[in-house]
Design a protein. Sequence first.
Length: 449
Amino acid sequence: MATRRPAPAPFRCTECGWTTAKWAGRCGECQQWGTVVEAAQPTGVMRSLTPVSPTAARAARPITELTTAESPRRASGVAEFDRVLGGGIVPGAAILLSGEPGVGKSTLLLEVAARAARDGHRVLYVSAEESTAQVRLRAERTGALHDELYLASETDLATLIGHIDDVQPSLLIVDSVQTVSSSLSEGLAGHPSQVREVAATLIRVAKERALPVLIVGHVTKDGSIAGPRLLEHLVDVVCHFEGDRQTSLRFVRALKNRFGPTDEVGCFEMTGDGISEVPDPSGLFLSKGAPVSGTCVTVALEGRRALPVEIQALVVAASGPNPRRVVNGVESSRVAMILAVLERRTGLRVGERDIYVSTVGGLKITEPATDLAIALAIASAATDRPVGHQVAAIGELSLTGEVRPVAQLAQRRTEAGRLGYTTVIDSGAKDLLSALGRVHIPTPAASHR
Protein backbone atom coordinates (compact mmCIF):
# COMPACT_ATOMS: atom_id res chain seq x y z
CA MET A 1 0.00 0.00 0.00
CA ALA A 2 1.45 3.36 -1.05
CA THR A 3 2.01 5.91 1.67
CA ARG A 4 0.73 9.43 1.22
CA ARG A 5 3.24 12.23 1.25
CA PRO A 6 2.69 14.83 3.95
CA ALA A 7 1.26 18.07 2.66
CA PRO A 8 3.81 20.86 2.45
CA ALA A 9 3.65 23.55 5.10
CA PRO A 10 1.51 26.43 3.81
CA PHE A 11 3.59 29.18 5.48
CA ARG A 12 7.31 29.90 5.06
CA CYS A 13 9.79 32.44 6.48
CA THR A 14 11.28 34.58 3.73
CA GLU A 15 14.52 35.01 5.69
CA CYS A 16 15.56 31.52 6.76
CA GLY A 17 13.04 29.19 5.06
CA TRP A 18 11.41 27.96 8.29
CA THR A 19 8.00 26.42 7.61
CA THR A 20 4.88 26.11 9.73
CA ALA A 21 1.34 24.91 9.26
CA LYS A 22 -0.17 28.06 10.79
CA TRP A 23 0.65 31.69 10.26
CA ALA A 24 2.85 33.31 12.92
CA GLY A 25 3.85 36.91 13.37
CA ARG A 26 7.37 35.92 14.36
CA CYS A 27 9.62 33.29 12.81
CA GLY A 28 10.32 30.44 15.19
CA GLU A 29 13.83 29.93 13.81
CA CYS A 30 15.44 33.34 13.11
CA GLN A 31 13.08 35.31 15.41
CA GLN A 32 12.35 37.96 12.75
CA TRP A 33 8.98 39.71 12.84
CA GLY A 34 6.69 39.86 9.82
CA THR A 35 8.68 37.48 7.62
CA VAL A 36 6.27 34.50 7.66
CA VAL A 37 4.19 34.54 4.47
CA GLU A 38 2.02 32.04 2.65
CA ALA A 39 4.15 29.66 0.64
CA ALA A 40 3.36 29.04 -3.01
CA GLN A 41 1.89 25.59 -3.62
CA PRO A 42 3.76 23.44 -6.18
CA THR A 43 1.77 23.09 -9.42
CA GLY A 44 3.71 20.18 -10.90
CA VAL A 45 4.47 22.19 -14.07
CA MET A 46 8.17 22.39 -14.78
CA ARG A 47 9.25 25.70 -16.24
CA SER A 48 12.56 26.29 -18.00
CA LEU A 49 14.42 29.48 -18.75
CA THR A 50 15.31 30.42 -22.31
CA PRO A 51 19.03 31.23 -22.58
CA VAL A 52 19.80 34.84 -23.51
CA SER A 53 23.09 35.73 -25.14
CA PRO A 54 24.93 38.51 -23.29
CA THR A 55 25.93 41.68 -25.05
CA ALA A 56 29.52 42.32 -26.05
CA ALA A 57 30.01 44.69 -23.11
CA ARG A 58 28.78 42.07 -20.63
CA ALA A 59 30.47 39.06 -22.17
CA ALA A 60 32.75 37.00 -19.94
CA ARG A 61 36.45 37.72 -20.39
CA PRO A 62 39.63 36.22 -18.96
CA ILE A 63 40.40 37.74 -15.59
CA THR A 64 43.89 38.67 -16.78
CA GLU A 65 42.38 41.04 -19.35
CA LEU A 66 40.38 42.96 -16.78
CA THR A 67 41.76 46.11 -15.19
CA THR A 68 40.76 48.19 -12.20
CA ALA A 69 40.95 51.40 -14.23
CA GLU A 70 37.23 51.08 -14.92
CA SER A 71 36.41 51.72 -11.23
CA PRO A 72 38.85 54.33 -9.87
CA ARG A 73 38.43 55.44 -6.29
CA ARG A 74 37.28 58.97 -5.59
CA ALA A 75 38.17 60.77 -2.39
CA SER A 76 35.16 61.77 -0.31
CA GLY A 77 36.97 64.81 1.10
CA VAL A 78 36.98 63.35 4.63
CA ALA A 79 40.34 61.64 5.02
CA GLU A 80 39.35 59.55 8.05
CA PHE A 81 36.27 58.24 6.23
CA ASP A 82 38.38 57.43 3.15
CA ARG A 83 40.77 55.56 5.44
CA VAL A 84 37.96 53.23 6.54
CA LEU A 85 36.66 52.75 2.98
CA GLY A 86 40.10 51.69 1.78
CA GLY A 87 41.17 54.88 0.01
CA GLY A 88 37.95 56.44 -1.26
CA ILE A 89 34.53 55.79 -2.75
CA VAL A 90 34.27 53.35 -5.67
CA PRO A 91 31.75 54.26 -8.42
CA GLY A 92 28.62 52.15 -8.09
CA ALA A 93 29.39 51.15 -4.50
CA ALA A 94 26.56 50.76 -1.99
CA ILE A 95 27.76 51.80 1.48
CA LEU A 96 25.65 51.21 4.58
CA LEU A 97 26.38 53.33 7.67
CA SER A 98 24.78 52.28 10.96
CA GLY A 99 24.97 53.61 14.50
CA GLU A 100 23.09 54.48 17.65
CA PRO A 101 20.52 57.32 17.52
CA GLY A 102 22.16 60.69 18.02
CA VAL A 103 25.73 59.47 17.52
CA GLY A 104 26.20 61.76 14.48
CA LYS A 105 25.51 59.69 11.36
CA SER A 106 23.60 62.44 9.57
CA THR A 107 26.19 65.05 10.59
CA LEU A 108 29.01 62.93 9.18
CA LEU A 109 27.24 62.26 5.88
CA LEU A 110 26.29 65.92 5.52
CA GLU A 111 29.97 66.79 5.91
CA VAL A 112 30.88 64.18 3.29
CA ALA A 113 28.23 65.64 0.96
CA ALA A 114 29.47 69.21 1.45
CA ARG A 115 33.12 68.35 0.79
CA ALA A 116 32.22 66.33 -2.30
CA ALA A 117 30.20 69.30 -3.56
CA ARG A 118 33.18 71.63 -2.99
CA ASP A 119 35.29 69.30 -5.13
CA GLY A 120 32.90 69.81 -8.06
CA HIS A 121 30.70 66.71 -7.64
CA ARG A 122 26.93 67.07 -7.69
CA VAL A 123 25.43 65.47 -4.57
CA LEU A 124 21.81 64.54 -3.86
CA TYR A 125 20.99 64.25 -0.15
CA VAL A 126 17.58 62.63 0.42
CA SER A 127 16.36 62.93 4.00
CA ALA A 128 13.37 60.75 4.79
CA GLU A 129 13.45 61.52 8.53
CA GLU A 130 13.89 65.30 8.59
CA SER A 131 12.45 68.17 6.61
CA THR A 132 14.63 70.18 4.28
CA ALA A 133 14.45 73.13 6.71
CA GLN A 134 15.88 71.01 9.53
CA VAL A 135 18.75 69.80 7.36
CA ARG A 136 19.39 73.37 6.19
CA LEU A 137 19.69 74.56 9.79
CA ARG A 138 22.27 71.87 10.55
CA ALA A 139 24.13 72.69 7.33
CA GLU A 140 24.33 76.36 8.35
CA ARG A 141 25.72 75.40 11.75
CA THR A 142 28.35 73.07 10.30
CA GLY A 143 29.22 75.18 7.25
CA ALA A 144 27.95 72.61 4.74
CA LEU A 145 26.21 74.96 2.29
CA HIS A 146 27.07 74.66 -1.42
CA ASP A 147 25.24 75.13 -4.71
CA GLU A 148 26.15 71.61 -5.90
CA LEU A 149 24.54 70.03 -2.84
CA TYR A 150 20.90 69.24 -3.64
CA LEU A 151 18.49 68.47 -0.80
CA ALA A 152 15.15 66.63 -0.87
CA SER A 153 12.83 65.28 1.79
CA GLU A 154 11.12 62.18 0.40
CA THR A 155 9.82 58.86 1.72
CA ASP A 156 8.46 57.36 -1.53
CA LEU A 157 10.94 55.25 -3.48
CA ALA A 158 9.47 56.04 -6.91
CA THR A 159 9.69 59.79 -6.27
CA LEU A 160 13.25 59.32 -4.98
CA ILE A 161 14.21 57.70 -8.29
CA GLY A 162 12.58 60.66 -10.02
CA HIS A 163 14.83 63.03 -8.07
CA ILE A 164 17.84 61.06 -9.27
CA ASP A 165 16.71 61.40 -12.89
CA ASP A 166 16.20 65.16 -12.51
CA VAL A 167 19.37 66.03 -10.57
CA GLN A 168 21.75 63.50 -12.18
CA PRO A 169 24.05 63.40 -9.13
CA SER A 170 27.46 61.77 -8.87
CA LEU A 171 26.84 60.87 -5.20
CA LEU A 172 23.56 59.85 -3.55
CA ILE A 173 22.90 59.86 0.21
CA VAL A 174 19.70 58.30 1.61
CA ASP A 175 18.86 58.91 5.27
CA SER A 176 17.54 56.38 6.09
CA VAL A 177 16.59 53.10 4.36
CA GLN A 178 14.09 52.17 7.11
CA THR A 179 11.96 55.27 6.46
CA VAL A 180 11.61 54.91 2.67
CA SER A 181 8.78 52.76 1.30
CA SER A 182 7.86 51.34 -2.09
CA SER A 183 4.39 50.84 -3.54
CA LEU A 184 5.57 47.53 -5.03
CA SER A 185 5.87 45.93 -1.61
CA GLU A 186 3.31 45.46 1.14
CA GLY A 187 3.72 46.72 4.68
CA LEU A 188 4.74 49.96 6.32
CA ALA A 189 8.13 51.60 6.00
CA GLY A 190 10.72 49.66 7.98
CA HIS A 191 9.00 46.31 7.40
CA PRO A 192 11.53 43.64 6.33
CA SER A 193 9.93 43.31 2.90
CA GLN A 194 10.00 47.10 2.44
CA VAL A 195 13.64 47.38 3.53
CA ARG A 196 14.55 44.57 1.14
CA GLU A 197 12.73 46.16 -1.79
CA VAL A 198 14.12 49.67 -1.16
CA ALA A 199 17.68 48.46 -0.69
CA ALA A 200 17.58 46.22 -3.76
CA THR A 201 16.26 49.07 -5.92
CA LEU A 202 18.86 51.57 -4.69
CA ILE A 203 21.66 49.07 -5.23
CA ARG A 204 20.40 48.28 -8.74
CA VAL A 205 20.37 52.01 -9.57
CA ALA A 206 23.90 52.34 -8.16
CA LYS A 207 25.26 49.52 -10.31
CA GLU A 208 23.47 50.55 -13.51
CA ARG A 209 24.55 54.20 -13.32
CA ALA A 210 27.93 53.79 -11.55
CA LEU A 211 26.46 56.04 -8.86
CA PRO A 212 27.89 55.57 -5.35
CA VAL A 213 25.14 55.42 -2.73
CA LEU A 214 25.55 56.08 0.99
CA ILE A 215 22.67 54.57 2.99
CA VAL A 216 21.93 55.17 6.67
CA GLY A 217 20.66 52.15 8.61
CA HIS A 218 18.99 52.04 12.01
CA VAL A 219 20.12 49.67 14.75
CA THR A 220 18.16 47.56 17.22
CA LYS A 221 18.46 47.49 20.99
CA ASP A 222 21.30 44.99 20.87
CA GLY A 223 23.27 47.13 18.41
CA SER A 224 22.72 45.06 15.25
CA ILE A 225 21.41 46.62 12.03
CA ALA A 226 17.61 46.68 11.92
CA GLY A 227 15.79 44.85 9.15
CA PRO A 228 16.57 41.60 7.34
CA ARG A 229 20.10 40.23 7.40
CA LEU A 230 19.91 40.27 3.62
CA LEU A 231 20.50 44.05 3.76
CA GLU A 232 24.10 43.56 4.91
CA HIS A 233 24.68 40.95 2.19
CA LEU A 234 23.37 43.21 -0.59
CA VAL A 235 25.56 46.25 0.09
CA ASP A 236 29.28 46.44 -0.68
CA VAL A 237 30.46 48.15 2.50
CA VAL A 238 29.03 48.09 6.04
CA CYS A 239 30.36 50.77 8.40
CA HIS A 240 29.44 51.26 12.03
CA PHE A 241 29.57 54.68 13.67
CA GLU A 242 30.09 54.37 17.41
CA GLY A 243 30.87 56.57 20.38
CA ASP A 244 29.98 57.37 23.94
CA ARG A 245 27.51 60.21 24.41
CA GLN A 246 29.42 61.32 27.47
CA THR A 247 32.51 62.03 25.35
CA SER A 248 33.02 63.80 22.02
CA LEU A 249 35.12 61.05 20.46
CA ARG A 250 33.60 58.96 17.65
CA PHE A 251 34.93 55.95 15.71
CA VAL A 252 33.94 54.58 12.30
CA ARG A 253 34.70 50.90 11.74
CA ALA A 254 34.25 48.81 8.60
CA LEU A 255 32.44 45.54 9.36
CA LYS A 256 32.43 44.52 5.69
CA ASN A 257 34.33 45.96 2.75
CA ARG A 258 34.48 44.44 -0.73
CA PHE A 259 37.01 47.07 -1.84
CA GLY A 260 39.48 47.18 1.03
CA PRO A 261 40.47 45.98 4.50
CA THR A 262 38.11 45.82 7.45
CA ASP A 263 40.69 46.58 10.16
CA GLU A 264 40.90 50.34 9.66
CA VAL A 265 39.34 52.80 12.10
CA GLY A 266 38.42 56.42 11.49
CA CYS A 267 38.56 58.83 14.42
CA PHE A 268 36.31 61.91 14.71
CA GLU A 269 35.36 64.46 17.33
CA MET A 270 31.91 66.00 17.74
CA THR A 271 32.05 69.74 18.34
CA GLY A 272 29.55 72.58 18.42
CA ASP A 273 30.36 73.31 14.78
CA GLY A 274 29.77 69.75 13.60
CA ILE A 275 32.17 66.87 13.23
CA SER A 276 35.92 67.16 12.76
CA GLU A 277 38.62 64.64 11.94
CA VAL A 278 41.22 63.54 14.47
CA PRO A 279 44.16 62.29 12.38
CA ASP A 280 46.41 61.80 15.43
CA PRO A 281 44.36 60.92 18.55
CA SER A 282 47.45 59.92 20.56
CA GLY A 283 47.10 62.66 23.17
CA LEU A 284 43.39 62.18 23.84
CA PHE A 285 43.81 59.27 26.25
CA LEU A 286 46.69 60.54 28.37
CA SER A 287 46.51 62.69 31.50
CA LYS A 288 48.79 65.67 31.87
CA GLY A 289 50.33 66.22 35.28
CA ALA A 290 53.00 65.15 37.72
CA PRO A 291 53.63 61.38 38.12
CA VAL A 292 51.33 59.85 40.72
CA SER A 293 50.86 56.32 41.90
CA GLY A 294 48.24 54.14 40.26
CA THR A 295 48.84 55.09 36.60
CA CYS A 296 50.50 53.22 33.75
CA VAL A 297 50.48 53.76 29.97
CA THR A 298 49.91 51.02 27.41
CA VAL A 299 49.59 51.03 23.62
CA ALA A 300 46.32 49.56 22.32
CA LEU A 301 45.40 48.81 18.71
CA GLU A 302 42.23 50.20 17.16
CA GLY A 303 42.22 48.51 13.79
CA ARG A 304 45.66 49.28 12.37
CA ARG A 305 46.05 52.39 14.49
CA ALA A 306 48.18 52.29 17.64
CA LEU A 307 46.80 54.44 20.46
CA PRO A 308 48.55 55.14 23.77
CA VAL A 309 46.08 54.72 26.62
CA GLU A 310 46.61 55.54 30.26
CA ILE A 311 45.27 53.04 32.79
CA GLN A 312 44.42 54.46 36.21
CA ALA A 313 43.86 52.42 39.36
CA LEU A 314 42.86 53.27 42.91
CA VAL A 315 43.27 50.87 45.84
CA VAL A 316 41.68 51.83 49.17
CA ALA A 317 40.61 50.08 52.33
CA ALA A 318 37.32 48.20 51.97
CA SER A 319 34.33 50.16 53.24
CA GLY A 320 32.20 47.05 53.79
CA PRO A 321 32.37 43.31 54.27
CA ASN A 322 32.51 42.73 50.49
CA PRO A 323 35.32 44.59 48.65
CA ARG A 324 34.15 46.62 45.66
CA ARG A 325 35.40 46.13 42.10
CA VAL A 326 34.53 49.08 39.85
CA VAL A 327 35.89 49.23 36.29
CA ASN A 328 35.38 51.66 33.43
CA GLY A 329 36.71 51.10 29.91
CA VAL A 330 38.20 47.66 30.64
CA GLU A 331 36.67 44.22 31.07
CA SER A 332 35.74 43.35 34.64
CA SER A 333 36.57 39.66 34.09
CA ARG A 334 40.13 40.48 33.03
CA VAL A 335 40.61 42.78 36.02
CA ALA A 336 39.42 40.00 38.35
CA MET A 337 41.92 37.58 36.78
CA ILE A 338 44.77 40.10 37.05
CA LEU A 339 43.97 40.68 40.73
CA ALA A 340 44.18 36.93 41.36
CA VAL A 341 47.54 36.71 39.54
CA LEU A 342 48.89 39.69 41.49
CA GLU A 343 47.95 38.21 44.84
CA ARG A 344 49.13 34.68 44.08
CA ARG A 345 52.34 35.37 42.13
CA THR A 346 53.60 38.58 43.80
CA GLY A 347 52.16 38.35 47.30
CA LEU A 348 50.42 41.74 47.13
CA ARG A 349 47.33 41.67 49.36
CA VAL A 350 44.78 43.36 47.13
CA GLY A 351 41.85 40.94 47.40
CA GLU A 352 40.55 42.45 50.65
CA ARG A 353 40.58 46.07 49.43
CA ASP A 354 38.36 48.16 47.17
CA ILE A 355 39.74 48.33 43.61
CA TYR A 356 38.83 50.97 41.01
CA VAL A 357 40.25 50.72 37.46
CA SER A 358 39.52 53.13 34.60
CA THR A 359 40.88 54.40 31.29
CA VAL A 360 41.48 58.07 30.52
CA GLY A 361 39.24 59.63 27.88
CA GLY A 362 36.48 57.02 27.99
CA LEU A 363 38.12 54.64 25.50
CA LYS A 364 36.98 51.01 25.79
CA ILE A 365 39.69 48.40 25.35
CA THR A 366 39.21 44.65 25.37
CA GLU A 367 42.46 43.22 24.02
CA PRO A 368 44.73 41.25 26.39
CA ALA A 369 47.75 43.41 25.49
CA THR A 370 46.72 45.80 28.27
CA ASP A 371 46.98 43.18 31.04
CA LEU A 372 50.49 44.17 32.10
CA ALA A 373 49.62 47.89 32.30
CA ILE A 374 46.57 47.13 34.44
CA ALA A 375 48.67 44.98 36.78
CA LEU A 376 51.37 47.65 37.10
CA ALA A 377 48.77 50.37 37.76
CA ILE A 378 47.09 48.32 40.51
CA ALA A 379 50.44 47.39 42.09
CA SER A 380 51.53 51.03 41.93
CA ALA A 381 48.33 52.14 43.67
CA ALA A 382 48.62 49.41 46.31
CA THR A 383 52.24 50.31 47.19
CA ASP A 384 51.96 54.06 46.53
CA ARG A 385 54.94 53.93 44.14
CA PRO A 386 54.61 55.88 40.85
CA VAL A 387 55.51 54.01 37.67
CA GLY A 388 56.81 57.08 35.84
CA HIS A 389 55.77 59.04 32.78
CA GLN A 390 58.48 57.55 30.56
CA VAL A 391 57.32 53.94 31.01
CA ALA A 392 54.88 52.04 28.78
CA ALA A 393 53.77 48.46 29.45
CA ILE A 394 52.62 46.09 26.70
CA GLY A 395 51.91 42.44 27.36
CA GLU A 396 49.41 39.71 28.14
CA LEU A 397 49.44 38.04 31.55
CA SER A 398 48.97 34.30 31.95
CA LEU A 399 47.73 32.67 35.13
CA THR A 400 51.29 31.61 35.90
CA GLY A 401 52.43 35.23 35.99
CA GLU A 402 54.23 34.97 32.64
CA VAL A 403 54.24 38.04 30.38
CA ARG A 404 53.27 36.78 26.93
CA PRO A 405 54.02 38.55 23.61
CA VAL A 406 51.18 40.29 21.76
CA ALA A 407 50.34 40.98 18.13
CA GLN A 408 51.92 43.93 16.31
CA LEU A 409 54.47 44.51 19.08
CA ALA A 410 56.89 46.33 16.75
CA GLN A 411 54.21 48.83 15.73
CA ARG A 412 53.26 49.42 19.36
CA ARG A 413 56.89 49.99 20.37
CA THR A 414 57.38 52.39 17.47
CA GLU A 415 54.35 54.44 18.53
CA ALA A 416 55.55 54.47 22.15
CA GLY A 417 58.98 55.68 21.05
CA ARG A 418 57.47 58.38 18.85
CA LEU A 419 55.60 59.76 21.84
CA GLY A 420 58.71 59.84 24.04
CA TYR A 421 58.38 56.67 26.14
CA THR A 422 61.98 55.59 26.65
CA THR A 423 61.21 52.43 28.67
CA VAL A 424 58.87 49.85 27.15
CA ILE A 425 58.16 46.80 29.31
CA ASP A 426 56.93 43.84 27.25
CA SER A 427 57.45 40.08 27.04
CA GLY A 428 61.18 40.64 27.54
CA ALA A 429 60.43 40.93 31.26
CA LYS A 430 59.38 37.23 31.19
CA ASP A 431 57.19 37.40 34.30
CA LEU A 432 55.19 39.85 36.39
CA LEU A 433 57.75 39.97 39.22
CA SER A 434 60.49 41.05 36.81
CA ALA A 435 58.21 43.71 35.32
CA LEU A 436 57.46 45.12 38.79
CA GLY A 437 61.17 45.11 39.59
CA ARG A 438 61.94 47.19 36.50
CA VAL A 439 59.67 49.97 37.78
CA HIS A 440 60.97 49.58 41.38
CA ILE A 441 57.71 48.39 42.94
CA PRO A 442 58.51 46.15 45.96
CA THR A 443 56.50 42.95 46.49
CA PRO A 444 56.61 40.28 49.22
CA ALA A 445 57.44 37.56 46.67
CA ALA A 446 60.43 39.52 45.33
CA SER A 447 61.90 39.92 48.83
CA HIS A 448 61.87 36.12 49.29
CA ARG A 449 63.77 35.42 46.09
